[in-house]
Design a protein around this ligand. Sequence first.
Ligand code: ADP
Ligand code: MG
Length: 722
Amino acid sequence: ANELRFQTICQITERQPVAPKVPSRLEDLWAVDVFTLNKMQACLPKEVFRSLKHTIQTGGKLDVSISGIVAAAMKDWAISKGALYYAHVFYPMTNITAEKHDAFISLQSDGTAITEFTGKVLVQGEPDGSSFPNGGIRSTFEARGYTAWDVTSPAYIMETDNGATLCIPTVFISWTGEALDKKTPLLRSNAAMSKAATRLLKLLGHTDVASVNSSCGAEQEYFLVDAHFAHSRPDLLLAGRTLFGRPAAKGQQFDDHYFGAIPERVQVFMQDVEEKMYRLGIPAKTRHNEVAPGQFEIAPYFEAANVASDHQQLTMTLLRNTAKKHGFVCLLHEKPFAGINGSGKHVNWSVGNATQGNLLDPGDTPHANLQFLLFCGAVIRGVHQYGPLLRAVVATASNDHRLGANEAPPAIISVYLGSQLEDVYEQIKNGDVQGSMRPGLMNLGIDTLPEFPKDPGDRNRTSPFAFTGNRFEFRAVGSNQSVSGPLVAMNTILTDSLTWVADRLEAELGEGKSLDAAAYNILKEVMEQHGAVVFGGDGYSAEWHRMAVEERGLLNLPTTADALPMLKTESIKELFVKTGVLSEKELESRFETYSEQYIRVIDMEAKLVISMTKTLIYPAVLRHLSEIAGAIASLKTIGLPFETANVELISDLTSKMMTTVGELSSALAVHDFATTEEHMQYCAKTLRPLMDRVRGYADALEDEVADDLWPLPKYQEMLFIK
Ligand code: ADP
Ligand code: MG
């Protein structure tokens, strides 16, 4: 009998939950571990503080001469918080966070040691990052990668059981200045977008225009599974998802999890995570159960995109690490369990500044409407023109399980505007703006467009890219992903569109047109050329899949193998090069890196499917069969008949399973591919289906084999025992 599985269940039911802490007051927690502007102001000379603050708030160049003073102040603060080490934190082209730790130590000539942290080591570091993916940018003779301080994201103290470390967010670049990370392009895309947006705002007549920044609020979905279960499943441990497992009789159909109270053990965990987030200045705001059993969500209040992106990485780290303390494993994979919903990350995004506010807020004055319609129109144009890019930046092996699986948005990128806004743009396109205009004011008057009541209730859950009142929500992002890639894509396509709008506006104004008339013409053109991307219907329906492709000319890119090669198309290359966000070489290196990751994941999972079948499932089935065979033989000796159909079914499933495992093994041995694209297609079209077939047989057997012989924790146990 499979003792381990039952012991596991006993251990879990006897588990003593971590005792809940008395919640601390927010004021006692908020940003206590962050080197905030306030703390800098308190400890830096006035001039130095002013210079640094200017760089942080306007994105201007850092005055390197002040770095020594800042470093010394930062070190004193960190040491007062118990830190002995500092780390340059960077974000390589994987979805993880990397750190290189160094001690605050300097050896004197007399042999004594002092704590030291110079401006030079604050500003620049040189981790031995040669093991991070670089997609061919760094060959061995130029293997050096550098980290450089990102002043716009605050330094903080990370407490672990082994002590505290001062963490300094940095970019990671090659010695030739090429981006090797996710932060560099995000900073560049923000700067490019700001330039284009401020230009347009000035054309619209604003004289006081502050720099524009993008903002992001990311909703993170995740699963919690008891650590005992996760540790007895090699697939959860290595792949982060179940490669086998028959969906439980009870799934999410009763919605009792979604609407139920958060289980106490989970609540204690959430509180712990949130306290840690508050200490790090991450504004955790919403928590709730999600649709699937065992699934939850946490969302912060939105922040500047660059900071939000770093905070999102930290949130994932905190979720994983804190889960361990509470006897859980936190699964950030997009599809840990078949048959129930997977996890996504909704990336809420808008752009704005200190002088004009949120530029995607329709506001309630007609003048603001004009400006809003142009910014929103620019987004529509960008999503249509560069839809394949938006698809490519959410393409990972794990997210393939989710996109298009009728629980998450389809792999076709379209925009949802809500019925009212869709109607306004439709009127503009038809050249017949009625809206709620007052009679007598029919002069093309954008000025007289209706007010848009914010209507967050008007939601279409099936759209990958939805306008939600004062922002867009990109819903196709994977739960495991860094939000940087999606933010870079959104900022960059907006940059391109705003530049186009500004060029057109300049031309029309130059011809003597009024601002209203010019804007109106431009919007009409946007809708004529790009209106095909606007869709408010059911994105899951077969009809949409047909219509999108056949009538609207949108691309349906179901797998990563289809989506990533889009990064190599001319129009996307041009987009990145002309906006200065990525050079051709950098873009190429991203394609190589992400393709390699995709291939590696599928290769690893395929190997795991083979070994788990051979060493866990097959032996269990054989034991089961031999028990039955013994029983049949005994029954025969006493002259009782026995129906053997069931035995034959099991034996048949088993032999098919093992034959397919053999096919998968042979398929894995194929290595000669002419191109990366071909290799990816092979993973998508040959390996994945074979893995699914093995799983199909194994899952059918799970329903036949004696429960006490089944070697893997079952879905019903993992999802419902807490
Ligand atoms: P939902 O209804 O989609 O579950 P939530 O309230 O859970 O909405 O999450 C919405 C997210 O959008 C939050 O992180 C919120 O701070 C963020 N958000 C709100 N306004 C903006 C904005 N202007 N720009 C970016 N993010 C925003
Ligand atoms: Mg949402």
